[in-house]
Design a protein around this ligand. Sequence first.
Ligand SMILES: NC(=O)c1ccc[n+]([C@@H]2O[C@H](COP(=O)([O-])OP(=O)(O)OC[C@H]3O[C@@H](n4cnc5c(N)ncnc54)[C@H](OP(=O)(O)O)[C@@H]3O)[C@@H](O)[C@H]2O)c1
Length: 316
Amino acid sequence: MAGEKIIAVTGATGAQGGGVVRAILADKAGGFKARAITRKPDSDKAKALAAQGVEVVAADIDDEKSLEKAFAGAYGVYAVTNFWEHFSGEKEFVQASNIAQACKAAGAQHVVWSTFEDTRKWVPLSDNRMPTLQGKYKVAHFDAKAEADEVFKKLGVPTTFLLTTFYWENFIYFGMGPKKGPDGKYAMTYPMGSAKLAGIAAEDIGKAAYAIFKKGKDYIGKNVGISGEQLTIDQMAATCAKVFGFPVAYNKVTAAQFRGFGFPGADDIGNMFQIYEEFEKPFAGARSVEATRALVPGLTSFEAWLTANKSRIPLE
Ligand SMILES: NC(=O)c1ccc[n+]([C@@H]2O[C@H](COP(=O)([O-])OP(=O)(O)OC[C@H]3O[C@@H](n4cnc5c(N)ncnc54)[C@H](OP(=O)(O)O)[C@@H]3O)[C@@H](O)[C@H]2O)c1
């Protein structure tokens, strides 16, 4: 439709950006249309978007000039970086800065930047309760994003800072769901003590972001924290038991034990869980479920998400 505002969506072939694109597609009369940004317009995921009528444009967040071209004429930009592709805070900061610069150059009127708090405001580098990572971070995939907030601000890019949180899709892609132990019993291994984990269905991040674009100017310059439900691991295990139909225990470990699991990123994720546990109040408190529901009326509960996704969760 003529006159629709274009939202250029980075990460459009992924979980967050894909959710933004689907939210736009689902609202035909909303006055917006999505432009999917990808490095690989020939990939199956990009082709699937094109088949739904989405404009697909090639760009790389490592290449600021490619982004400038891809954002040309767009009203808005959904900005997300993928730390887990390279595990480098410095690289993530550069990628986010490239997006910010390109938003500025292209004259974007509203940017929703998917970010996190700087955990060093809670645990300074000198605090040895958790290791310092990559020489300058406590949680690299949080702190680098937070550093990039300042680039969006300094450049005067009209930005909403979307404070996301743990997606339940980690059960599918990051092995965070129930697992069968050597005793044949299922357990969820987390270093969360009795703190509540602020979780969300990844799809609802996209819906929240789209709602923010629709609400527009009032949200510029604001931090918006979102979550779908905040549950202890005991409560999540009980929901898993109900949905899967077998007992699921909480295998409570310490953050140090979790870091010691040694898989790529275990140190960063161990530190992240330690922040979730020790700073539950400010972290979960900044992500009100009620405020999120005001943006996403059909907000997904953990049980509803699990019921819909249980066949996708590897249990072994
Ligand atoms: N897992 C969680 O619980 C969670 C929660 C909150 C926030 N996060 C954050 O979410 C981010 C990842 O987002 P996601 O889960 O939506 O990712 P995802 O599903 O793994 O997809 C990654 C997306 O990033 C795009 N991408 C990666 N490198 C790119 C580059 N150089 N240029 C252009 N596009 C690039 C990919 O596009 P193409 O391959 O098509 O180019 C793809 O669309 C991470 O930074 C993580 O910290 C994760």
